[in-house]
Design a protein around this ligand. Structure first.
Ligand code: ATP
Ligand code: MG
Length: 375
């Protein structure tokens, strides 16, 4: 079975007078794993339901392969779906639920039994075959739903937060299993999640949604390295934000004043927003925790460019790294988070210590303040 491409063209959806999906156009390639990522209420489920055929758009078009399926009934779309609310058949056992898509086809009982037991094993539910959905936990029900969707091997598979009820360890195992099966079958997957880590792990590309619109579509690496707006910057990965005032641009570099004594130079300016950067303009400075080098306070130096002075507020041990919270002088904002890998053994900073944070111009991203930002 090969995956089919999905083409979504200028989709609009309103409920009453409330616009829930606005002008969404998106092409998913055959065999691609694409995640819809966005906060609660941003329209992810609604968009998925329109691809599945359980909701119809007010305007726009959805094609799978070369077929226009915009108004086709769900069962005629060759599109599989794992619903946010599991939707298992309550009167069927786990094994019967998983076998259901195969019973609809001419598959021999022997083959059905073999594939069902393989799939149940894969989602780690061996021993639960005879149970009914109401005798299962939420996470177990979710896994039955995933097994039932995967066993059908549809050319297009839609999954709506299929792992949200699982604990972290099982969720990570299932992420890898789903990805492996998807790869093996070549199925096209549209996967909804509000967990950015999950989206980064699983996706070929991620489409970030906010308030019914697509904000940015790109590879995990693109979104992480080149977020188009401060919303994306904040939503994908961890990001520190500081308030700054635009000072000047010289030799292609922008410079921003962070406090009376500290300025930051940046190589990067968000595209198309340059007119925001005029003398005295208010900007949001975004810096990843891993792009900051923390040092004991420089003994002799005066404050230099791209060094922020601050005080250690707390040191948090995460296993593979420490997060050090540093309150920056002259910034009333939340403390800056600095990520220090645990392998750097000397990085033993203590609460109350004064430190310098060194930040390369290439790591300083600038966004206009108040536009497209989550405050
Ligand atoms: N049947 C409906 N009638 C009216 N409003 C609806 C309906 N379904 C969804 N909405 C509204 O549409 C918006 C988008 O909902 P949707 O379920 O698509 O969000 P979501 O991104 O999936 O959120 P979550 O992460 O919480 O699942 C919400 O404001 C929601 O209240
Ligand atoms: Mg939803």
């Amino acid at each position: 079975m090969h995956g089919e491409p999905i083409d979504i063209l200028q989709i609009e959806k309103t409920f009453g007078d409330k616009s829930v999906v606005s002008d969404v156009s998106l092409s998913v390639k055959a065999g691609e794993f694409l995640s819809l990522l966005g906060p609660s209420g941003s329209g992810k489920t609604t968009l998925l339901m329109m691809i599945a055929g359980f909701e119809f758009p007010n305007a726009g078009q959805i094609c799978v392969g070369s077929r226009d399926i915009t108004y086709l009934a769900p069962n005629r779309r060759a599109v599989g779906m794992v619903f946010q609310k599991y939707a298992l058949f309550p009167h069927m056992t786990v094994a019967q639920n998983v076998a259901f898509p195969l019973r609809m086809r001419s598959v021999t009982t022997k083959d059905i039994n073999r594939r069902v037991s393989e799939m149940i094993d894969l989602v780690q539910l061996t021993g639960f075959e005879g149970r009914y959905p109401q005798q299962l936990s939420g996470g177990q029900q979710q896994r039955v739903a995933v097994a039932r969707a995967l066993i059908a091997e549809p050319p297009v598979l839609l999954m709506d937060e299929p792992l949200s009820a699982l604990d972290k360890k099982l969720r990570e195992t299932m992420q890898i299993e789903i990805k492996r099966i998807q790869n093996r079958l070549g199925v096209t997957v549209v996967y909804v999640t509000h967990d950015q880590e999950e989206a980064l792990t699983m996706s070929d590309r991620i489409a970030v949604m906010s308030e019914g619109r697509l904000v940015q579509v790109g590879s995990p690496f693109d979104l992480y390295q080149r977020p188009a707006t401060s919303f994306v910057a904040e939503f994908v990965g961890k990001m520190n934000f500081l308030n700054g005032e635009y000072v000047e641009a010289e030799l292609g570099k922008c410079r921003v004043r962070i406090s009376e004594h500290a300025t930051l130079s940046s190589d990067l300016v968000a595209d198309g927003e340059s007119e925001q950067y005029r003398l005295g303009g208010r900007v949001r400075v975004a810096i990843r925790p891993e792009d900051i080098t923390i040092t004991r306070r420089f003994e002799f130096g005066h404050t230099t460019d791209n060094v922020l002075r601050g005080t250690v507020e707390a040191v948090i041990f995460l296993g593979q790294a420490h997060i050090i919270l540093v309150q920056i002088e002259g910034q009333g904002e939340a403390p800056v988070q600095v990520l220090v890998p645990s392998s750097i053994g000397h990085a033993t900073f203590v609460q109350g210590e004064t430190v310098d944070l060194v930040i390369a111009p290439s790591a300083v991203r600038l966004f206009p303040r108040g536009v497209g930002s989550v405050q």
